[in-house]
Design a protein. Structure first.
Length: 155
C-alpha cells in the first residue's frame, strides 16, 4: 500500500517556504533580467504568488525555448522565473518525503552529494560492496563501470 502524506499544501504555500524557494531559484541567476526585475519587489511578488496559490488562481506561464550548441545541439525549454520558484517550493516539501523511500545507493542529483572533484559516494559504496562480496565467498564479484556522459541523454 503506498504511503499517503496529508496536509502538505499549507507547508507548500507558506511564505517561509516560498521565500526559501525564491532564494534557491535565484542562485546563480541574479544577473538575468527576469530575476533582477523580480528581486526589486520580491516580498510583494511572493505575497501575491502565495495568494494565487492559496485561492487556486495560479497558472503557470509560457515556457521560453532556445537552442544551445555545446557538444551537440539541444533544444531547451525554460520556465518563467516565478514558475521556477513554485518548482523549488514543491521540491522543498516533497523531496524529503521521497528521499527517505529511495534505496540507500541512490545518488543521482542528490542535494547532499558532496561537490568537487572527489569520487562520488556511489563509487565508494560500490567498491566496498565488491570487496565485501569477494570476502563472503561469492567470487567472482562482477563489476560494471558505466557513465552517462555530460548530459545523460545518449548520442
Amino acid at each position: 500500500m503506498p504511503k499517503r502524506y496529508r496536509n502538505l499544501w499549507p507547508e507548500l504555500v507558506s511564505f517561509e517556504n516560498l521565500w526559501l524557494a525564491y532564494l534557491s531559484a535565484r542562485r546563480g541567476k541574479r544577473g538575468r533580467p527576469a530575476v533582477a526585475a523580480y528581486e526589486l519587489d520580491a516580498e510583494l511578488r511572493l505575497l501575491r504568488l502565495q495568494e494565487r496559490l492559496q485561492d487556486g488562481s495560479y497558472q503557470p506561464g509560457a515556457y521560453r525555448s532556445f537552442v544551445v550548441r555545446e557538444w551537440k545541439r539541444r533544444l531547451i525549454s525554460a520556465a518563467p522565473f516565478e514558475d521556477r520558484i513554485v518548482h523549488h517550493a514543491i521540491c522543498r516539501v516533497i523531496e524529503p518525503l521521497f528521499e527517505r523511500r529511495f534505496v540507500h545507493d541512490s545518488y543521482a542529483a542528490a542535494p547532499a552529494a558532496a561537490p568537487g572533484p572527489r569520487p562520488a559516494p556511489a563509487d565508494d559504496r560500490a567498491v566496498r560492496a565488491r570487496r565485501s562480496a569477494g570476502r563472503r565467498g561469492r567470487s567472482p564479484a562482477w563489476w560494471l563501470a558505466q557513465g552517462a556522459g555530460p548530459c545523460g541523454d545518449g548520442p
